[in-house]
Design a protein around this ligand. Structure first.
Ligand SMILES: *[C@@H]1O[C@H](CO)[C@@H](O)[C@H](O)[C@H]1NC(C)=O
Ligand SMILES: *[C@@H]1O[C@H](CO)[C@@H](O)[C@H](O)[C@H]1NC(C)=O
Length: 238
């Protein structure tokens, strides 16, 4: 490839997503739209997947995949740590609803995604009465992870600032795979994984709070970055 072409490609990318302007795949709704919530919901539904890929020009990191690093499960009966945790699938989300109240500075986003968490795990302890121990690769598939984020925001110097948020989540099912359980004792491992999958709710009670709160925190963080670099009037036209 010629150097000129490389330069042209690089330049057009830079011009496409200048810091401070709304990325082209997002559209500003009008604050006076009587169905503002529906308008924003549509923008999120259409552009959210692309947003999830990250916008390097605005310093917005990828949410699909999203890197969580270390996730520590806090349970006295079970020592479990995930390292190099990566979650995929958030970008394929479906918006269930979006509501915004610009007077009060409150909004709620409700969405569902099928996600997969992969990590290196280190585990030692008990699930119910069953001992479980191992060190290897973990994979957790979560079907229909439903996340609701309610956030408060206010406009400071022309930019939206998220002042706080509350979240809740739910899921239809979680399924686990662990390599090298019990130092590779296949029979014991198979029985234990089967038991874990049958009792996924119980196990997710411990894993979900640190893992899913971490995912939600990342989502909020990246949206905060968007609000920080694109002015309120560019996000929501007059
Ligand atoms: C707003 O949404 C409602 C319900 O979906 C619809 O009946 C109405 O026509 C919409 N109004 C406008 C101005 O688009
Ligand atoms: C998740 O996957 C299930 C089946 O595997 C499918 O029925 C469902 O629609 C998917 N959910 C989303 C949000 O894509």
């Amino acid at each position: 490839m010629s150097r000129l072409l490389c330069l042209a490609v690089a330049l057009s990318c830079t011009l496409d997503a200048r810091a401070g302007t709304l990325p082209s795949f997002l559209r500003a709704c009008s604050a006076s739209d009587p169905n503002l919530s529906q308008c924003v919901e549509k923008v999120i539904a259409v552009g959210g997947g692309k947003f999830a890929k990250g916008i390097p020009e605005l310093g917005i990191a990828s949410l699909d995949p999203v890197h969580l690093g270390r996730v520590v499960v806090d349970n006295p009966a079970l020592k479990l740590t995930f390292d190099d945790t990566v979650v995929t699938g958030l970008g394929g989300f479906v918006v269930n609803s979006y509501k915004i109240d610009t007077e009060k500075g409150k909004a709620t986003l409700d969405f569902t995604a099928n996600v997969t968490l992969k990590a290196h795990y280190d585990m030692d302890g008990q699930v119910l009465i069953l001992p479980i121990r191992g060190n290897g690769e973990a994979k957790i598939k979560i079907t229909n992870l439903n996340i609701v984020i309610k956030y408060d925001y206010k406009t400071v110097d022309g930019y939206w600032t998220v002042t706080g948020y509350k979240d809740s989540y739910n899921m239809d099912r979680a399924q686990f795979k662990f390599t090298n359980l019990f130092n590779g004792n296949k029979e014991l491992a198979d029985t234990t994984v089967k038991f874990a999958n049958q009792n996924w709710k119980l196990i997710m009670q411990d894993i979900a709070p640190p893992a899913i709160e971490h995912i939600i925190h990342k989502c909020v963080d990246e949206v905060k970055k968007l609000f920080k670099s694109v002015s309120a009037t560019d996000l929501l036209a007059a």
